[in-house]
Ligand binder design. Structure first.
Ligand code: A3P
Length: 275
């Protein structure tokens, strides 16, 4: 199984104090210039975070995660979030029902989507190589735990997307960014994100952000928190579309597609990835 702490029915990673952090969300003060990056895990969090940080600051280089940390409210106390200077960039994987209501009304939200099959595979390598995940089983075991809403960390992909899309689809403060679109044309998505954030930049800056956020550059330049990974683990593993085909069995694919087809009308978002 995956190590988890269950909060309001949702399995969350066992970050220290995760339960009190989430329960303290009602003390969280949202700001109008907060930017949230929200997604089901392994759907492009770090990628979009770097794009947003480069656009919102005058920096030309990627963030130093080791020094700055990433702002995962489920992993840090509300008081420490209060101390952050504006504009804050916050990341979260929580399903809608755990998200602070005030932030939904006031702040900007970028929801990133990735072909869930690729996110499942990416998640397998994440838990396999992560120090605190508690998982050292096979891909098949991981698939079963991830497709099952009762064991999946952060809840089922299907419900996550359906619930979030319902509140975001007509929200002018929200932008949906697809991992596959970033793969196809990163500069175009960088520009879209900049315009959404109200930080339009020059062509030259878009070029620089695109270059700095290429997979190759990020893999080479980003320092990672060593204590997070077993040897060989990395947040920047393969960075491709379609790795699921090297992992899903025919039976797993059929099982996935059956659930997908049953729930697809609730997803409210065009799904342009391969089934
Ligand atoms: P893979 O495991 O398939 O390689 P998250 O940041 O949400 O945890 O997602 C991690 C996934 O995003 C990993 O997928 C990682 O390689 C991929 N990723 C990170 N930066 C990327 C980039 N610049 N270009 C393409 N993929 C990237």
């Amino acid at each position: 199984s995956f190590s988890a702490v269950v909060v309001k029915g949702i399995h969350l990673p066992p970050f220290p104090l995760v339960e009190s952090n989430i329960n303290n969300y009602d003390k969280f003060h949202a700001r109008e210039d907060d930017v949230w990056i929200v997604n089901w895990p392994k759907s492009g969090t770090h990628w979009v975070y770097e794009v947003v940080k480069l656009l919102m600051t005058d920096r030309e280089e990627l963030t130093d995660t080791v020094k700055e940390g990433t702002m995962f409210p489920e992993a840090c106390a509300v008081e420490s979030l209060e101390k952050l200077p504006s504009p804050r960039v916050l990341d979260t994987h929580v399903p809608l029902k755990l998200f602070p209501e005030e932030a939904l009304k006031k702040s900007k939200i970028i929801y990133t989507l990735r072909n869930p099959k690729d996110a499942f595979v990416s998640g397998y390598y994440h838990v396999k190589n992560n120090v605190g995940s508690g998982y050292d089983g096979t891909w098949n075991g991981c698939f079963d735990l991830t497709i099952d809403e009762n064991t999946c960390v952060y809840g089922s992909w299907f419900d996550h997307v359906a619930d979030w899309m319902e509140v975001l689809e007509n929200n002018p403060n929200a932008l949906v960014v697809k991992y596959e679109d970033m793969q196809r044309n990163l500069k175009k998505e960088v520009r879209r994100i900049a315009e959404f954030l109200g930080y339009p930049k020059s062509e030259e800056i878009y070029e620089n952000v695109t270059k700095k956020c290429s997979f190759g550059h990020m893999k080479k330049a980003k320092k990672e928190v060593k204590s997070f990974w077993k040897p060989g683990g990395s947040m920047y593993r393969k960075g491709i579309v379609g790795d699921w085909k090297n992992h899903f069995t025919v039976a797993q694919n059929e099982k996935f597609n059956a659930i997908f087809n049953e729930k697809r009308n609730k997803l409210r978002v065009s799904v342009d990835f391969e089934l």
